[in-house]
Design a binder for this molecule. Sequence first.
Ligand code: KG4
Ligand code: ZN
Length: 327
Amino acid sequence: MILAIESSCDDTSLAVMEIKTKKLLFHKKISQELEHSVYGGVVPELASRLHAKALPEILSRTKEFFPKLKAVAVTNAPGLSVTLQEGVMMAKALSISLNISLIGVNHLIGHIYSLFIEKDEIKPMMVLLVSGGHTKILNFNGIDDVCEIASTMDDSFGESFDKVAKMLGLGYPGGPVIEKLAEKGAETVGLPLPLKNSPEIAFSYSGIKNAVRLAIETGRYKSEDIAASFQAKAIEHLVFMSKRAVKKYRPFNFAIVGGASANLKLREEFEKLSKKFGFKLLYPEMKFTSDNAAMIARAAVEMYNKGMFTDYKKIKIIPRVEFEKCE
Ligand code: KG4
Ligand code: ZN
């Protein structure tokens, strides 16, 4: 079995997975959303303190598995350095005291493996990763073979929902509240479609966000209409750029992962794209869209089988990671 730890942002989570069957034997997550909500975003030092409290609490419930553990896996990149540190310290301590291997997992690869919990992996696959920290299109061809087609030049998709929610005084995280509010609204606010006239495949959310700010300042629009217009444009931008990537690489499988893959309007729009281009569309189960240790455990099983271990003396915390660009 592998014990996995996730603490890259504002969720403390631990999971235990059986290596051979990929069965999830234990999974627990303590979310800090309420604590950060009053600030309209994650406060790193507060998050770190809450991880320090929650990690041992959850760990104490996994003791029955200790004799059967072959490895301990931990998210060591990317994320907030002060929160990654909490998980990595615990993983190192467990690796030493239980005398088991250590596996450092890239959180973004973890999100890809949220698709394959208790399942075999599917490859090759184009992946749209939409989270609070990242907006990327990747080509996935296995745990050690991932390249980047596109990334955001400024804000990420999820982050733009968080910022718009903050402007409307709706708290954090913004994604679910904006999605809910948008159901009651009409797309009456004119907003720009970013990078429409540039030939590259890339994302940018700062323009839409600023246009939303100006619209709010006029005082002319209802919050629900702002939410509906913003969400529609943010998704249209994702679809517009994904279409360019699909035309270029013609994938058979296309997956949407990350916290924002829970958005039903987004899923609806990509269903249309899937019909048009004939690719198979995949998403994680709803409970695995946001940050969790089950996806870290699943990625770690693949790494374990390939012998991708990390020396506990050398494990590093890497707040930002770059993928190699696809050809
Ligand atoms: O993957 P995740 O849990 O954490 C990161 O790794 O960043 O993603 C969290 C992000 C937040 O920005 C949140 O607002 C966004 O995902 N999100 C959504 C929805 N649910 C969560 N964005 C749009 N629509 C949603 N339904
Ligand atoms: Zn994440």
